[in-house]
Design a protein around this ligand. Structure first.
Ligand code: BG6
Length: 487
């Protein structure tokens, strides 16, 4: 078993109660993530109890978990590790009730034989969250426990406030971990390192020097088996009010007094408090052609599978700087970028036809793909006589450093943090409620959905939304392939 440095894992053995254990997220991320954490030695003392609506036995759950690993575990599966992990899996159907769940947790805790902690993971749609919370209360599983709540946290301001209120009747706020897996991505945390550990860019990280910002997360994926969830959710609630706004906060926040949960949470919340309400006139909602024919989708559905919008943070640092956000399903490319466009200098000294400014402003671009990439584009002189300018770039790829090694996947990192009680990368109730508040007008008066072709970049009106600027994607120049170390 690989050695995990001391202090990285949780102090106590863990019993994980996984609600939604047979669902899409559990299969893609949570079961593979728990397997990796357990077998790599991060949580050597761990039992997992699956819970879901499916009336199956523990053995069938193990088979499902094995299938999920075969399909989604990115590393090499090892049979001995699997046998050990499978022996620690149990299952309780929801229909068996609180007594059966309690008995399964008791069994797991006895087998661990020491003082344990419980991690309840609610990988369920918003409507199923509170019933699960009440079941845990009824089963007497609140003590010594933490609860991880999946997004969307509520569906609007009123439901988020009500959810927090009811949640607090069972769990104390310190026990609640509202997860946003984008914050568990290494490149997202690298935004903080990049901004605050370097003197280079922070002095120009404001409205005086930055013209506009794009946070662009197109996906090629469709809905898979998630149409039921997605029909009630849509792209805005699924991606923007959660992931994209969280990334925006990392990008826009003031330096926190320390990298502790409370100072970081406070600075992020200040960004959200300064956000102007999202104006429906600055929003393009789209739906891909064919969505309404999918199983589980209303043939007259108005749910958006695409959204692009412009928003503003009305504070001293950012007043007047537009932030453009875009995400959607079945688009031309899968990308996750943040692109910062700097203000342009006067160009009058360059001769006509020099090409200065012809390829847009200088950009700093962060790629939030699994391994960080960054680029800084600028104009430079084309070698030769005269003064002809080309857009050039400096590029960095974490791949090239050889430091990637045993990177934890976003969910793995966050599950481990929750087990250790570290909420630095989790969202706060206040922040989430404020984000619903700035979304109220849009949710009440959404613009009509416009159709787009699968494989495109969304409805045509996205260009009007961003004019006189232009979307960075698709990139005019591809990223350079990372160097092969030693190659
Ligand atoms: C999830 C959304 O939270 O994030 C999905 O529900 C989306 O719709 C996914 O596809 C994207 O996450 P990642 O980590 O694959 O970029």
């Amino acid at each position: 078993m690989p050695k995990v440095p001391p202090g990285v894992g949780p102090r106590f053995p863990q019993v994980v109660v996984l609600f939604g254990a047979t669902g899409d997220l559990a299969r893609r991320k949570l079961l593979p993530g728990l397997y990796h954490l357990a077998t790599a030695g991060f949580i050597p003392q761990c039992r997992v109890i699956g819970v879901s609506l499916d009336d199956i036995e523990a053995e069938a759950f193990r088979t499902l978990a094995r299938g999920a690993l075969n399909e989604f575990f990115a590393r090499k599966l090892n049979d001995a590790d699997w046998q050990a992990f499978a022996a620690n899996l149990d299952y309780v159907p929801l229909s068996a009730g609180a007594g059966a769940l309690r008995a399964a947790v008791d069994r797991a805790e006895q087998s661990l034989g020491e003082e344990c902690r419980r991690l309840h993971y609610l990988s369920v749609p918003p409507s199923a969250a509170l019933p699960a919370v009440h079941l845990l209360g009824e089963a007497g599983l609140v003590e010594r426990s933490r609860i991880v709540m999946e997004k969307p946290f509520g569906t609007d301001l009123a439901s988020a406030v009500a959810l927090n209120h009811e949640l607090h009747e069972v769990f104390a706020e310190e026990q609640i971990f509202r997860i946003d897996h984008f914050l568990g991505k290494e490149p997202a945390q690298n935004i903080l390192a990049f901004r605050f550990a370097n003197g280079l860019f922070e002095p120009i990280w404001n409205r005086m020097f930055i013209d506009h910002v794009q946070i662009d997360v197109p996906e090629t994926l469709g809905l898979g088996k998630r149409s039921g969830f997605y029909e009630q959710t849509g792209a805005y609630r699924d991606m923007v009010v959660t992931h994209l706004f969280q990334i925006l906060a990392f990008m826009a926040m003031e330096p926190p007094t320390s990298l502790e949960p409370a100072p970081i949470g406070e600075e992020k919340n200040k960004v959200f408090r300064s956000m102007l309400p999202v104006d429906p006139a600055h929003v393009v909602r789209g739906q891909y052609v064919g969505y309404r024919d999918e199983e589980g989708v209303d043939p007259e559905s108005e749910t958006e599978t695409f959204i692009a919008l412009k928003c503003y943070i009305d504070n001293w640092r950012w007043a007047g700087v537009p932030f453009f956000l875009r995400t959607g399903k079945k688009l031309a490319e899968g990308q996750r970028i943040i692109s910062i466009a700097f203000r342009e200098p006067p160009k009058s000294m360059f001769p006509a036809g020099s090409g200065v400014g012809a390829q847009g402003p200088d950009h700093l671009t962060f790629d939030l793909a699994d391994a960080s990439k960054m680029s800084l584009s600028f104009y430079g002189k084309r070698p030769g006589p005269g003064m002809r300018l080309d857009k050039l770039s400096l590029q960095f790829a974490m791949h090239d450093t050889g430091l990637l090694g045993e990177v934890l996947e976003a969910y793995e990192r966050l599950i481990l943090d929750a087990m250790r009680g570290d909420r630095t990368l989790f969202t706060t109730a206040e922040g989430i409620e404020r984000l619903w508040q700035v979304s109220t007008h849009l949710l009440e008066s959404p613009p009509p959905v416009r159709l787009y072709q699968p494989g495109s970049w969304g409805p045509k009106s996205i260009h009007q939304l961003i004019a006189p600027h232009a979307w960075r994607l698709p990139f005019e120049r591809a990223w350079r392939a990372p160097n092969r170390l030693g190659g």
